[in-house]
Design a protein. Structure first.
Length: 240
């Protein structure tokens, strides 16, 4: 299966993925919500392969948000174990494909076993350069900005930095993953049209594409269609 022909300079370098609709997919089939999450795993890794084929260099997957702790204890417990097991199950495959896995998010409240698997995957794949997969686990855009502001304030208090030195470039160095590219394409499944607190800083000039397909039914063709929509956009970045 070949991707559509799109000029290299029209292919987004960084795609953010809000993988929405797992629960609704399961409900439509009379299944527990957990079955939707399980089916969503294969959707994510089909998208990873499709991203590599078309030339995307960075993907950010919203795997567990800082707000997801509000879900039922049973679902939170499932998602913690599921994220841990997905990383363990897929890391060798990702490594063979040249994918660099990077964890973005807060360690607070996160299961120790989840952190361990993320760190193992990061270390194993650190030198890979085909594609970077940011696994955003216990992540929230506002939390990231608040945490960055706190670290920045501490450095000012320690006299490492003067307030007048602060600008966007300096502030960005305090974010969870300072080396992360700005998001070019922000892709959300399920038909919902909101960012849900994902990569707020990095998505300032992202092109938003909302696809009316539940995440477990997403394939690499869904990504390619979104990229075709992106390629037809006129990105002016404030210019006339």
């Amino acid at each position: 299966m070949k991707p559509p022909k799109i000029a290299k300079d029209k292919v987004p370098q960084h795609v953010a993925l809000v993988m929405d609709g797992n629960g609704r997919w399961a409900k439509k089939r009379g299944l527990p919500r957990t079955k939707g999450h399980e089916k969503g795993e294969s959707a994510l890794f089909d998208v990873v392969e499709g991203a590599i084929q078309i030339g995307v260099k960075e993907l950010s997957a919203f795997a567990f948000s800082t707000e997801n702790w509000r879900r039922s204890p049973d679902e939170v417990k499932f998602l913690m174990g599921f994220n841990r097991d997905v990383i363990r199950r897929r890391r060798d495959e990702m490594h063979r494909m040249g994918v660099r896995v990077r964890w973005v998010g807060r360690p607070q409240k996160l299961w120790k076993s989840v952190i361990e698997e993320l760190e193992i995957a990061e270390e194993m794949t650190a030198k890979n350069k085909v594609l970077t997969l940011n696994m955003c686990v216990n992540y929230g855009g506002r939390a990231e900005i608040a945490d960055a502001a706190q670290k920045l304030a501490q450095d000012i208090q320690r006299k490492k930095l003067k307030p007048e030195q602060i600008n966007e470039k300096v502030f960005a160095k305090y974010l969870d993953a300072p080396q992360m590219r700005d998001v070019d394409l922000f892709l959300r499944s399920s038909g919902e049209q909101r960012t849900s607190n994902f990569l707020l800083w990095q998505s300032a000039y992202a092109e938003m594409v909302f696809m009316d397909v539940l995440w477990p039914d997403v394939t690499r063709q869904t990504l390619w269609k979104a990229i075709e929509i992106y390629a037809d956009r006129d990105r002016r970045f404030g210019k006339a």
